[in-house]
Unconditional design. Sequence first.
Lengths: 220, 265
Amino acid sequence: MLEPLENAAHTSEAESDLVRRARAGELPAFNQLVELHQRSVYNLCLRMIGSAPAAEDSAQEAFISAWRGLGSFKGGSFRAWLMRIAANASTDELRRRGRRPAMSLDAPPPGSEEPIDVPDAAEGPEVHALRREHQAVIQRALLTLPSDQRLAVIMCDVQGFSYEEISAAMRVSIGTVKSRISRGREKLRGELGRQEQTQGTERHTITGQSQDTAGHRTRM
Amino acid sequence: MFAGKHQPDRDALSAYLDGELAASRTSELETHVASCAACAEALEGMREVRSMLRAMPEAEAPRSFRLRQADIAAPRRGIPAPPTPLMRAMPLLSAAAVIVFAVTVGFDLAGNGSRGDSESSALLNNFSDGTIASQYAPDERELAEPGAADAATTPSQPDDDGAAARETAPDGVTGSDPSAEAGAAASGGEAGADAPEPADTQLPQASGPAAEETQADRAASSEFDSDDDGNNLVLRIVQVTSAAVALVAAGLAVRTWRKRREIAA
């Protein structure tokens, strides 16, 4: 489940110190920053690309880029800056692997045949399998979004960033962030709805509760 | 508000879901949604998508991404380095080169405009003083050809000035004669250029001083020309160089800008 994020819209003092030392060339200080942010960076890449191995390469590349580009970090949210680099590394990786982000749901992107499996020890095998399929469906739907919208939606909904941080990371106004999220969600809704219609199956929510195609839902 | 045709403001609904809608608009929206089927449906659909996304699990990092020395030393692939200070200066350099180019063009136009107009002949009167003309004597010999070329290419006022020159030429034999030069100068720059021909035919034995004088006329009239020829070359060089620099710098600046746009994607 989504973990509550610390309010990191502004870099904390301890982190600022690490950034200062990293900028001065201290690799160990930079690596501490890596430890702090690698999960977020990896997950951003994972959701942007849709493939675990590609996300791993991309995250690695992002951190190398960040180290080399420390001179151009001008302050503000270090995390937002890092997310920006991660997003660029992701789109680079997608381009490198010859994929176009806007793809139909019917053709899974090459290399993502292995579904992203995030195990939850608490659940039984059937629920686990359903959830995996569900996640795969959402992930494929995400990949049909233009990269701007995809990034905005991932940062907001999957990772819980504030509009302010997304605005800093994408270097656009908050109004633009708002509309990208709004359109991204709407497009996803359309894609998921289409997929439902073609498959004609029950829709399962993540909690395991089901909903028939007439749209009645047993709410939590 | 027409319930059937109302277009939901999805941006507002979306922001409302995220708690990012201004407080003043929030109650307004809630009131509206309570009574508008289209907006209620849109909000609900959006809420559902948002919930599904929020429920996506956050994966653990598959490994540590700490950098080792080997990672830093390895050659890069893909992501372009931030622009060097030199590259950042390219737009400025291009602009400066364009300004220099424009200035050289300005000189061009000014130079072309001043030849042969009354203002320059007034200035030439100032140079009708003998000493100044004799100072130009050494240069004139080198300019004999350009002067002749000028004479050849300036057919204007041929006869009258020729006659005037013939009349004054004998007087000019004794050396630099202000009146001769004044006469020649008064009729315009081209006249000075025209003067050599009749003068040469009329007084071959005095060709030295006469030549000097007529060449002084030419020098006086081509006062601007002689300097211009030397300056022209410099001007051309500067012009071409500045144009080339402007184009190259602009090209590099565009390249840098596009790279940065890629990053900004």
